[in-house]
Design a protein around this ligand. Structure first.
Ligand code: HEM
Ligand code: HEM
Length: 243
């Protein structure tokens, strides 16, 4: 990399120096279970959003079709339920990995319990959102603000699972969904449950758009292989910084 420097004492003599290349090392950040969880979660969540949207607002054109052609809606519901079960068990596996995984996957990476994490949240907001400050050291795993947002997303996963199974409890004779039937009166009847289950759809749509944008943004700005890290597990890290 070539950098043009103007040294104070020799200000009149502008010269080009070749800086020592920055030294990077490869760090194994996302273990296989985190990566598998991530992509199963991404695929099932997209399926749940699309099929959920169709359940909430079925396309009228399909109703005009012949009766024998109308089973498409059954498929939409079937895909929603299959994706829901995969999504829930995948999420439970990730919760388990939060206790046994490496330090980047541990549950405490998602809560700003330490002063350094809280400071990092402020730094990231100033550097990336307000653009009033240059970036300080960059975390190897999730930055503290991203971790906190994933924590809120996990809460939304729980809310969607509870309301989803509550809706399912009136349509199923299986033991698991029936465990949730007390939620329905608690939320003021099926309408209340359906309302919240539907509203969370828009939380996920917003999250996915912003998340994918930020994945590309950080990949481009930091040049540390952010996107490939969620596929292969490795990131590039400047020597000496390992938060
Ligand atoms: C479409 C639905 C998606 C959802 C719901 C989703 C959700 C998540 C979640 C919950 C995490 C935290 C992982 C953990 O520690 O357990 C995460 C991390 C990550 N995701 Fe996604 N993701 C999606 C799609 C994508 C796509 C398409 C990309 C790449 C283009 C991507 C790139 C990443 C990266 C790079 C990380 C690690 C980022 C970091 O350092 O904080 N995601 N994602
Ligand atoms: C986390 C992602 C999920 C999203 C975005 C999502 C979205 C939706 C939406 C928008 C609806 C239509 C609500 C309406 O307006 O009537 C719906 C219906 C439904 N969802 Fe989900 N859902 C998710 C997860 C789940 C889970 C985990 C379950 C658990 C089994 C579930 C079970 C159901 C049931 C039973 C219905 C009603 C089906 C019907 O009335 O035919 N969902 N979902």
């Amino acid at each position: 990399m070539s950098v043009t420097l103007v040294e104070p004492k020799k200000a009149s003599k502008v010269r080009t120096v070749y800086a020592r290349p920055a030294e990077y090392r490869r760090v194994y950040v996302w273990e296989l279970p985190v990566r598998v969880y991530h992509w199963i979660n991404a695929v099932t969540l997209v399926l749940l959003c699309v099929t959920g949207y169709l359940i909430g607002a079925p396309i009228r054109a399909f109703y005009a079709a012949e009766a024998y052609q109308q089973y498409w809606f059954g498929w939409v519901r079937f895909i929603h339920f299959v994706a829901a079960f995969i999504y829930v068990f995948n999420f439970l596996a990730r919760l388990y990995w939060g206790f046994v995984g490496n330090k980047y996957a541990k549950w405490n990476a998602f809560f700003p319990l330490k002063k350094t994490q809280r400071q990092e949240i402020i730094d990231v907001i100033k550097a990336d959102v307000l653009e009033t400050k240059l970036h300080g050291p960059i975390s190897t795993g999730h930055n503290a603000l991203a971790g906190l947002i994933y924590f809120f997303t996990f809460l939304a996963f729980v809310a969607q699972t509870v309301t989803g199974f509550a809706l399912y409890s009136s349509m199923s004779t299986s033991r698991l969904p029936r465990l949730f039937n007390w939620i329905v009166p608690l939320m003021g009847g099926e309408f209340g449950v359906r309302f919240w289950h539907h509203t969370f759809l828009w939380f996920f749509v917003t999250f996915v758009i912003v998340h994918v944008y930020l994945a590309f943004y950080h990949d481009y700005i930091e040049g540390r292989g952010t996107i490939s890290s969620i596929v292969g597990g490795w990131k590039f890290e400047r020597e000496k910084s390992d938060k």
